[in-house]
Every structure is written in structure tokens, then in C-alpha cells.
Design a protein around this ligand. Sequence first.
Ligand SMILES: Nc1ncnc2c1ncn2[C@@H]1O[C@H](COP(=O)(O)OP(=O)(O)OP(=O)(O)O)[C@@H](O)[C@H]1O
Length: 291
Amino acid sequence: MRRARPRRTHPHRAHSRHGGVCLSFGPKRVLDGLTFNVRRGECFGFLGPSGAGKTTTIKLLTRQLTQDTGRIQLFGRPIEHASNADYDRIGILSDTSALYERLSIEENLRLYASIRGRGQHDIDRLLERMKLSDDRRTLIKNCSKGMRQRAALLCALVHAPELLFLDEPTSGLDPAARAEVHRMLSELKRAGATIFITTHDMAEAEALCDRLAIIDRGRIIALDAPQSLSMKFARNRIVITTRTRGVLELTRDAAAADTVHDLLAANEVLAIHSDEPNLEEVFLELTGRNL
Ligand SMILES: Nc1ncnc2c1ncn2[C@@H]1O[C@H](COP(=O)(O)OP(=O)(O)OP(=O)(O)O)[C@@H](O)[C@H]1O
């Protein structure tokens, strides 16, 4: 994988009031005191509105950029001391620009396998897995967006990395290809890989991620397990659909218990459910914006 040479982005060091990692592009503060850690073996989701700083964070974590201030550790050591052997433990899917346009899908895969010092024996299996066997000889420049995305993902995986950085891995994929990527990521996780993933797809985040960070304007505004995030924003209400009295919303208290009892006795209850927000609503509440 080609790595851009690390470069400083801002002539002076801009400190955050809260510590953590900061980065500015010119006068614009893009990351503002980021602090988080990713645990070995987990799938860590990084969500946020467009322009929040997700890709920039991946670039810092993969040493394509250098932070202005703050410390980053990779495999438990300062990232400045990361060796080539450390980088060999990493797979990166950022966009599809790392693919060679004039080579076929298979040639790209074989090239990446040889760059990574890997044998070629897994390539047929990988192509089959991503349903790319029939298109293996198609040149990248003639591939659809979904085919490119799948090919790029395979190139990121070809050396069986322990730590994967995936920037919107399912964008542009149809539902079947998306499900295939999800299955593949779940398998990698079961095999012990650590995954750092950005996505705009809340259902994907909920299904795949052990923990999620929500980032807005370069700051982390929430970090927890998907279910815990929803619970934090639970509105403490129950919603009852009745036979003749429409939909009732009750606050969870002793009075609600009496009402529910009376409704049940009168055979009025068609459905009862708690009113926890889904992740999409949590996100909207936190950021005031759609994904
Ligand atoms: N090389 C650069 N020079 C100047 N500004 C940049 C550069 N790269 C990113 N930015 C700015 O930094 C901010 C964060 O960008 P970033 O790509 O990290 O956002 P993102 O959260 O990944 O967004 P998206 O979901 O749209 O991919 C944006 O305002 C963007 O315009």
C-alpha cells in the first residue's frame, strides 16, 4: 500500500482546551481535541456528518497526516515509532484511488499480494468471496463503482491484516454486495481482527460495531455501545396502541402502571412498546443534522 509522506499541515501548534489530538488545515480547525481508544478485537464505528473529520482521523491513524498536537499510539507505541512491520499489520480502505486503473481486478489483487509479501494462493478464494470471479479480468477503469469498491476491499485484506481501517466500505454497493461485505467483516472480527470503520449507514453501524464514536466539527460528542447510546436517549415513555382510543403515550411511572392495567382489563391493548430512539434519531438529536 502506498503511504503518503507525513506532512505538517499547520505552521503553528494549536492546542485544544481539553487536550487530545488537534489538527488544522490553514486557519480551519478540523480535529479539536479528539480522545479515544480502540480495543483489540473490536469493531469501532466512527460516525459523523459530512466534513466532521472522519477521513482526516483515519489519515492521522495511518500516518498519512501528522497531528498538530496530541499523542497517537499504534499497537501500544507512539505512532512516530511505528515500523514497516507495524504497517504490515494494517489494512486500509480509504477510497478506490489506490487501484491501478489499467490493470484488471485480479492483477491488482496479485500486485498487492506481492507488495505485501504474500503468496497468491488465496486470491481465487477472495475473488469468489466477493463475487468477482467472473469479472476478474475486467480492467479497473471499466469497473462499476460497486466492483471497484469490492476490489479495493480485497486489496486491503489480501495480507490478512490484524487492524483494518475502512472508510465507508459499503458506499456505492447494492444490498447483496453490502451484505457480503458485512459477512466478511463479521468473519474477520471473529478471527480476531480489529476494525475501525466510518459509515453513514446507521443500520450498518448498529449491526457491525461494538462501540461507536459520534464526531461533529472535529470533536467526539458521544462514545458508547450502540444500544447504550440509544438507552441514554430513551425518552422514558411507553407507547400503547389501543383498540378504540388511538395511540397513547405514557410516562413510565406508577400512574402509567394503573392505566396499563385498566386498558388490559378492558381488552383495549393492541400493542405496547417502549419509545427508545433508534441510532438515527440519537444522531439527529446530538448533531442536529442528518448523516
Ligand atoms: N487537505 C485538506 N486541505 C484543506 N481542508 C481539508 C483537507 N482535507 C480535509 N479538509 C477539510 O477537513 C474537514 C474534514 O474533512 P474529512 O474528509 O475528514 O470529513 P469526513 O467526516 O470524512 O466527511 P465525509 O463524510 O463527507 O467523507 C472538511 O471541512 C474538509 O473540507
